[in-house]
Every structure is written in structure tokens, then in C-alpha cells.
Design a binder for this molecule. Structure first.
Ligand SMILES: [Zn+2]
Length: 417
């Protein structure tokens, strides 16, 4: 049975409707600041803009410097790439019930991308870098918190916001912060875009990114071919055998996606580099994958004059819905119904920070952002009328959490990560 929104809440939700134009202006402003994950100055500028937009919330602001990302380059060397800063805003750390709100500042569009400006596709559809993924979500989240703070129930609930700078590259620096937030909060709300049809994500696959470096021995291809040890051939053997693992375990897929190596064809190549991604469904799939990777690695390393190194690992654990997470999904569905939205939760092979938070034991809904589509492409768009719609959804979730008397399902986090 659909419950209408409590009349007590209506003034605070109606206030959000009046914020629609201001939210659109904020979205255009932040979308036109390039914040490709490695454009740290741009990422930091977006963070500073959000700190300014959040000033009215009266939270405590802190900045986190993150360690650089380790990346294997085409020469097989481990290099470091600096990351932007993470921004934390917190209120009422002493509250009994605390909520974690999170969204990323970065986009997949680098500083030199040709995709830098927004444009209107029609009255309601805005095309632009990060308008859906995820800047629209951050804009509507701040308005929802403001509506909540305007209400007399604000004292019932404390919150932490984390704006992280590196989600689009797998949160290599910021994921170390998640256990800290998971421990001080009981519910996670994340602002990845909702699907184009308005629905939300449920279970998510886990994911790992790996780099393989093979070193052999160079030799003249004509005069001393027998003295060479061909790194390209060894890498090809490893890659073929790895790809053959596809189909051997339900839910596990392996994608060799990048390869480089060798040089002039009159030299036996002594270096080859390959990168691959694995998706999996169950936490125990990781062990299965590692066993096979190690076996294939040992095979190459047993060959004369050849070595194979493996870098990387499973940065995103599968998101499996715990009983508390199912309860939270039910609450979100009810809030949606009260606002006239029929929300469904659909499993996905994609990953986000919701994976890591679930692995930390924090029940979370991770697609509370704007409704949009074609993300990670120059056709990325957002439906701007959903700024107010989804902002009200979050505000209502916060109001319900603050006022519902049954909190038995909200366990303090046991710190599983
Ligand atoms: Zn995203």
C-alpha cells in the first residue's frame, strides 16, 4: 500500500521544488570545470566549488591528501600518478544514527578531451561531461541535505559526506578511507546516476584490474635468433591461456584489454606488457582467479630466460545484498512510491564505490543520483527535472531514517573490511 508523504514533511520537500533552477545553474557550473581523474587541479577546483555550495549546511570541512596511484607504464615500470584531494564534510558526529553520503568529483574525460561544454538537447535534457556521472548527483544531494537541515528532525541524525577524486579509475587512493566512514555510519547513500529508465542498481559484480610484464632476452633476429627469448611469444601464451578461462566458472569473465611490446622486427623482443580486467559475482571467485593466474605465471617463469610479473588485484569486491541492505532498499522503494516513483532494483556487471562499502559491511544504495544515460561517452546526458525529483527522494529517505522508530535493522558496522 502506498503511503502518502507525511504532511509534516511536505514543506521541506516543497522547498526543493523551488530550488530547481538554482540546481541547474550549479550543475552547469561544475560540469564545465574539467575534472578528468588525472587532472588534479581541475578535480580540486570542483571540490572547492562543492565546499562553497555546501557552506550553508554548517558542517565541519576537512581535506584528505591521497597517496598517488601506482601504474605500470609501457616500459613495464611501476610509476606514480598523483590524485586530487578528497573532501569530507561532517555534522553531528555524536548522533546515534549517522548516514554516509558519497559521490565522486572526477570524470572519464581528460583535460585535453574535446568534450568540455554543456549543451541543451531539448528543454529537459542536458548533454555535458559528468552531468549524470556524477555531478548531477552531488548537486541534488546537497539540496536534499539542506532540506533535511531545515527540518526540526535534523538533530536526530548525523552525517558525513565524502567527495572523492578517483572513482573513475577504481578509487585507488580513496578506497582506504571507506572503512573509516563505514565504522562511523550505519547507512550509505551514493549518487551514481540512476538508469535511463529511472531504476536503481542492486547487486553488482566485483572487479579487478591487472598488469602483466614479461621480460625476455633481446637478440639479433637473423644472426643470433637462438640466443633470444621472445617476450611477445610468452605473453601471447599467457594471454591465450588466461582468456581460455572464460566460460569455466559461472559469473567470471576475463578481458585482456591492452597489449604493447617489442620494437623493430629484426630484434627478438625482450619486453611485453598486457593489462586485463576480471569481473566476478562471488567473493570466493577471487581465490579461483588467483590460483589460475599464479599457475599460468609459474608456467612462464619456468621457461629459460623469461620472467612474468603480475601487478594489481581486485579493487572492487562483489556487492551482495545483505539483509540490512534489502531493508534499506525497501525503505527507498517506499519513499519512491510516496513520491509517485516506482523504483526497481536491477543487478549490474558495473562497479562503483558501493561495492567497497558493502564489503565494509555498510548497507548502501548507490544510484541515488540524477536520471541520465550514455555515460562515459560524449553523448552523456541528464534529465534535469530529476534534480528536484531525486533530491526529494534523498530528503525523504533522511526524514524517514530520522523519524522511524524501528532501527533494529541498522546494526553498528562490525568492521568487516
Ligand atoms: Zn560514476
Amino acid at each position: 500500500m502506498t503511503q502518502p508523504v507525511s504532511a509534516d514533511f511536505l514543506p521541506y520537500l516543497n522547498w526543493i521544488d523551488a530550488q530547481q533552477e538554482a540546481m541547474v545553474a550549479d550543475l552547469i557550473r561544475v560540469a564545465e570545470i574539467n575534472s578528468g581523474s588525472y587532472h588534479t587541479a581541475g578535480v580540486n577546483q570542483v571540490a572547492e566549488t562543492f565546499a562553497e555550495l555546501a557552506a550553508g549546511l554548517g558542517g565541519d570541512v576537512s581535506w584528505h591528501d591521497l597517496p598517488p596511484q601506482q601504474v605500470v607504464n609501457d616500459k613495464g615500470e611501476l610509476t606514480e600518478r598523483p590524485l586530487g584531494r578528497a573532501l569530507q564534510i561532517s555534522k553531528r558526529p555524536e548522533a546515534q544514527l549517522r548516514v554516509f553520503l558519497c559521490g565522486h568529483l572526477d570524470t572519464v574525460f581528460p583535460r585535453d578531451s574535446s568534450f568540455q561544454q554543456v549543451r541543451w538537447l531539448d528543454d529537459n535534457t542536458l548533454n555535458g561531461p559528468g552531468v549524470a556521472d556524477l555531478k548531477g548527483g552531488l548537486v541534488l544531494m546537497l539540496r536534499a541535505l539542506q532540506a533535511f537541515e531545515n527540518s526540526p528532525w535534523a538533530e536526530q541524525l548525523g552525517w558525513d559526506i565524502l567527495f572523492n577524486p578517483d572513482e573513475e579509475i577504481g578509487s585507488p587512493g580513496s578506497s582506504a578511507l571507506f572503512p573509516y566512514f563505514a565504522e562511523r555510519t550505519q547507512v550509505g547513500l551514493l549518487y551514481e546516476p540512476a538508469y535511463a529508465d529511472g531504476n536503481l542498481a542492486g547487486e553488482r559484480k566485483g572487479s579487478g584490474n591487472f598488469s602483466v610484464v614479461v621480460r625476455g632476452r633481446a637478440a639479433h633476429a637473423g644472426r643470433e635468433h637462438h640466443l633470444g627469448r621472445n617476450a611477445v611469444r610468452a605473453l601471447a601464451d599467457f594471454t591465450s591461456a588466461l582468456d581460455d578461462l572464460n566460460g569455466q566458472r559461472a559469473g567470471v569473465t576475463i578481458n585482456p584489454g591492452y597489449v604493447t611490446g617489442g620494437g623493430p622486427v629484426n630484434i627478438v623482443p625482450d619486453l611485453a606488457v598486457m593489462k586485463f580486467n576480471i569481473r566476478l559475482e562471488k567473493p570466493e571467485d577471487e581465490d579461483w582467479c588467483w590460483q589460475h593466474i599464479r599457475r599460468l605465471q609459474a608456467d612462464i617463469n619456468s621457461r629459460d630466460g623469461l620472467t612474468l610479473e603480475v601487478h594489481g588485484g581486485f579493487g572492487r569486491k562483489p556487492k551482495v545484498l545483505s539483509p540490512a541492505n534489502l531493508k534499506l532498499a525497501e525503505l527507498v522503494r517506499e519513499c519512491g512510491q510516496s513520491l509517485g516513483l516506482q523504483l526497481e532494483f536491477k543487478p549490474t556487471g558495473g562497479c562503483c564505490d558501493g561495492n567497497n562499502l558493502a564489503a565494509c559491511g555498510l548497507p548502501n544504495i548507490d544510484t541515488l543520483g540524477i536520471v541520465g544515460g550514455k555515460i562515459h561517452s560524449h553523448e552523456e546526458y541528464a534529465r534535469v527535472d530529476t534534480l528536484a525529483e531525486r533530491s526529494k527522494l534523498t530528503a525523504l529517505i533522511l526524514l524517514r531514517l530520522a523519524t522511524d522508530t524501528d532501527r533494529s535493522w541498522l546494526q553498528p558496522c562490525a568492521g568487516q573490511c
